[in-house]
Design a protein. Structure first.
Length: 246
């Protein structure tokens, strides 16, 4: 690895190089923390393990805890770039972005499990993980607000939060070594989230404008299915919306 690998850039190749750089440094830090403990590892040791000078390390990373989550910076950039592309269905695009984050960690499950063990041992790392989770949630909310300005803000917040919670449930399972927590099942459950919120595509063979779909329609009949956990006020509001829509 060269020290120039951490430099910024706007091209796809530059972003990919930056992502590899940050992933490699994060991996080096996680392995050292697993071997020596968080308190027993200093920035100089991480820099040496990653092939960096001390000055380069501190130009790229603010602290020892930040470096554990360094690859998330690149993943957030990738998710933001993906969401900036045209998407027929913004709700589905958010789910696909979450799947991309999961796929990154699924490519190296052993390292993912090591990170899980390291983070769970240290309160400061658990706190930092919560901040990272919030950054994804904020990204998804901002995208949906811009892509679907007519949607109720609370629905946007609820949807983004549910996608993140579902993703994190599967990611924790992956990190614990549960073979059932794979990309295929994650996609199925994220599709279930869209059905729960009534934002599935209107058809499989045509584009969707992102508007809410109704489970069954007729001239004077509306049939809807909700999970028991959906608040009654939400049930009433969504039925009212369906009945009032042309």
């Amino acid at each position: 690895m060269t020290e120039a690998a951490g430099s910024g850039g706007g091209t796809v190749a530059a972003r990919q190089e930056r992502a590899r750089f940050r992933h490699d440094v994060a991996a080096a830090a996680v392995r050292l923390y697993a071997e020596q403990g968080y308190e027993g590892t200093n920035a100089e040791q991480i820099a040496a393990a990653a092939g960096l000078s001390r000055s380069t390390f501190f130009r790229q990373f603010r602290s020892k805890e930040d470096v554990v989550f360094a690859d998330h910076d690149a993943l957030l950039d990738e998710a933001g770039s993906f969401l900036a592309e045209p998407h027929a269905d913004p709700w589905e695009a958010v789910c696909r972005a979450a799947e991309g984050v999961f796929a990154h960690f699924a490519q190296q499950p052993e390292l993912a499990r090591l990170r899980y063990a390291v983070v769970n041992r240290e309160q400061i790392l658990r706190d930092r993980e919560l901040v990272t989770t919030f950054r994804y949630e904020r990204l998804f909310e901002a995208y949906l607000r811009e892509a679907l300005p007519a949607e109720a803000d609370l629905d946007v917040v609820r949807f983004a939060s549910t996608v993140i919670a579902t993703h994190n449930y599967f990611l924790r399972g992956l990190m614990r070594g549960d073979p059932a927590m794979d990309a295929g099942r994650l996609r199925a459950e994220l599709d279930a989230v869209r059905r729960l919120f009534g934002v599935v595509r209107r058809s499989d063979d045509g584009p969707s404008d992102g508007a809410r779909s109704r489970p069954i329609e007729a001239d004077d009949v509306v049939v809807a299915v909700f999970k028991r956990s959906v608040p009654p006020a939400d049930v009433a509001r969504r039925i009212e919306e369906a009945l009032g829509s042309p």
